[in-house]
Design a protein around this ligand. Structure first.
Ligand code: ZN
Length: 159
C-alpha cells in the first residue's frame, strides 16, 4: 500500500540536528504511528513520506519553515506563583494559554528560575533544520473513525 491521505503509517525514525547530535529516535522502542494527511507530524516530513511504501528507507532534511517554524525569540517571564501547585514544570514542556485578542497559543518553557518561569513562543526545535533517517514499517488504511478524529487509534485506546 502506498502512503497517501487517509493511511495510517508506522515509521522508525532518528532525528538529528545539523551538529550531528541525536535529538530523538524510535530505535529500540515502538515506531511512530500517525495518520497521513492530518498534520500529525511536521509538514516537511509528511510531504517526504507521500507516495512511499513499506520497506522504504530514506533521509530527509526539513527546513525550519516546514518543521517547527523560525525562531522569533519572543519570550515572557512570569512569576512562578502563577502556576498551580502540584504542576510539574519542566524545560521544553508545552503550555496552552489564552492570549487576549489572539486566541489560544502554545508556549514552551524555556527556563525555570527560582521565582520565575520564562516562556517562549518558539518550539524548542524552532529555527533548526531537522535531519530525519526514516524507515517505513507499516502502512494501512485508516478507519472512518480515525479519519473523522484526525488521529490514530492504536491498540485498545478508543475515545
Ligand atoms: Zn480519536
Amino acid at each position: 500500500m502506498i502512503i497517501e491521505d487517509g493511511t495510517v503509517v508506522s515509521i522508525a525514525y532518528t532525528l538529528t540536528n545539523d551538529a550531528g547530535e541525536q535529538l530523538d529516535t524510535s530505535v529500540g522502542g515502538d515506531p511512530l504511528v500517525y495518520l497521513h494527511g492530518a498534520q500529525n507530524i511536521v509538514p516537511g516530513l509528511e510531504q517526504a513520506l507521500d507516495g512511499r511504501t513499506v520497506g522504504d528507507e530514506f533521509d530527509v532534511r526539513v527546513a525550519p519553515a516546514d518543521g517547527y517554524g523560525d525562531r522569533t525569540a519572543e519570550t515572557q517571564t512570569v512569576p512562578r506563583e502563577q502556576f498551580p501547585d502540584g504542576v510539574d514544570l519542566a524545560v521544553g514542556m508545552p503550555l496552552r494559554a489564552e492570549v487576549p485578542d489572539h486566541g489560544p497559543v502554545v508556549l514552551w518553557i524555556e527556563s525555570i528560575e527560582e521565582d520565575t518561569v520564562s516562556l517562549s513562543l518558539d518550539h524548542p526545535l524552532a529555527g533548526e533544520h531537522l535531519n530525519f533517517a526514516i524507515e517505513v514499517v507499516e502502512v494501512r488504511a485508516a478507519t472512518d473513525e480515525e479519519k473523522a478524529h484526525g488521529h490514530v487509534h492504536t491498540g485498545d485506546h478508543h475515545h
